[in-house]
Design a protein around this ligand. Structure first.
Ligand code: FAD
Length: 407
């Protein structure tokens, strides 16, 4: 290794949103990373090209203010910001009801309630930076198929076609998604709750400009979220609907039917729904690992906790986990201690439980509370789309509701 300051090596399995972000965090601390990803990443040939791959598909991610700060600290925000749209207002309404909540960033004395970025752009920016980073060895098109560990090291085997790869490190971070192979290889069990829903995801064009307003509309079909995207008239749609009904909305032949349903549900708040992109569908379940640290392996991202997207919290939580893990690893390095020390990983896990439990409980109750007519639950579920913890105005608003001060 050319860099004298480089001290340690970490293996990351899984190069989705979490794996790529973590690799860049570690490299910034002068830690060498071997990042293994099952899919073969695309080569970006033209300026505006954003092909879909793994994590980086048709979805859009609402980044909380804390996530933006983390990317700022990594020196990545300037690159991401050009593809992101701030949410300056949130309007929450319910079909068939006159009640509405309106949150305005300026009134809450915050710059914005978060920033929306297309996953494909997030992927392109992260991957481009990873490829430039000398400390990260990106090994893509490789599926990890064996994992075991002894007292000093974790050992993995991965297959790239005929070629078998054997790697070892003191610390392995498993960011290999909801169905994590690493988690299974470690024998870690999971609690699974199937919501019996799928999220229909796409981008639409409306006749009125979005003016950086996010809408959440509760309808009998499911809670529809419309978020502003780059381009004055483009908005992202996330619509969790009952599993088994998705065929009604998917496919080009259903474009007009889908636009009509949006129009019917939203009325004219967004003007006319003029065009829709291809719809994609994502099954929704909650998958929680019983343990996140086993020996020298730590589970990260969806491998540790996959949650319902209604509150736009999943990745934001993962990024906070990753940032805290980085702090623990850095402290070990500074103290010239073992960066894969099992006790340190257990301490990391312990330190994250409170935030994780709070977010998981919140998201789950937003989904389960949807059919409940309790007004406070209603408000909480209604405001669920944007990051609850980063909106100063939400808590007093909920409190006002609780005290009966606001209808
Ligand atoms: C519809 C929807 C909308 C969402 N919106 C938001 C939002 O607005 N805000 C928010 O914060 N969160 C949101 N989320 C949650 C967010 O998408 C997840 O938190 C995030 O994708 C987790 O990323 P990950 O890297 O952990 O997992 P993944 O994206 O699943 O990545 C795992 C990677 O590991 C690779 N892999 C798997 N097995 C192996 C193996 N054996 N060897 C090598 N590589 C392997 C896979 O190919 C993949 O690239 C949303 C989720 C959904 C479904």
């Amino acid at each position: 290794m050319q860099n004298d300051l480089v001290t340690e090596k970490v293996i990351i399995v899984g190069g989705g949103m979490v794996g790529l972000s973590l690799a860049l965090m570690l490299a910034k601390q002068k830690i060498q990373v071997q990042l293994l990803e099952a899919i073969k990443y695309p080569i970006f040939e033209s300026e505006g090209e954003i092909p879909y791959h793994s994590s980086f598909d048709a979805r859009n991610t609402a980044l909380s203010r804390r996530s933006v700060q983390i990317y700022q600290q990594l020196g990545l925000w300037d690159l991401l910001q050009v593809h992101a749209t701030p949410i300056l207002q949130v309007h929450i309404t319910e079909q068939g009801s006159f009640g509405k909540a309106r949150l305005v960033a300026e009134e809450e004395k915050v710059e914005s309630f978060g920033q929306v970025i297309e996953n494909a752009w997030l992927g392109r920016v992260l991957l481009t930076e990873v490829r430039k980073e000398a400390l990260i060895e990106l090994i893509d098109g490789v599926k990890v198929t064996e994992l075991n560990q002894d007292q000093d090291q974790v050992h993995i085997e991965a297959n790239r076609g005929e070629e078998a790869l054997k790697l070892s490190a003191k610390l392995l971070i498993a960011a290999d998604g909801r169905d994590s192979f690493c988690r299974q290889a470690l024998g870690v069990g999971v609690d699974v709750h199937d919501y019996d829903q799928v999220a229909i995801v796409t981008a639409v064009q409306t006749s009125k400009p979005h003016q950086q307003v996010g809408f959440e509309r509760f309808s009998p079909l499911g809670p529809l979220a419309l978020l502003p995207l780059p381009g004055e008239y483009r908005r992202s749609v996330v619509w969790p609907v009952k599993k088994g009904t998705e065929h009604e909305w998917l496919g080009q032949e259903n474009d007009q039917h889908f636009l009509d349903a949006l129009q019917h549900t939203y009325g004219d708040r967004a003007g006319k729904f003029e065009k829709t992109g291809q719809r994609f569908c994502f099954p929704l379940s909650q998958v929680l690992a019983h343990k996140q640290a086993v020996g020298r392996v730590v589970l990260m991202g969806n491998a540790a906790h996959t949650i319902h997207p209604v509150a736009g919290q999943g990745f934001n939580l993962c990024l906070r986990d990753a940032f805290v893990l980085l702090r623990f690893i850095t402290e070990q390095l500074e103290a010239s201690e073992d960066i894969g020390q099992p006790e340190m990983l257990l301490a990391y896990e312990q330190s994250r439980l409170e935030d994780q439990k709070r977010v998981i409980k919140f998201c789950d109750s937003v989904v389960r509370g949807f059919s409940n007519s309790n007004p406070i639950l209603k408000l909480i579920r209604n405001t669920g789309l944007v990051a609850f913890d980063v909106i100063p105005g939400i808590k007093p608003l909920v409190a006002n509701y609780a005290m009966g001060l606001k209808a």
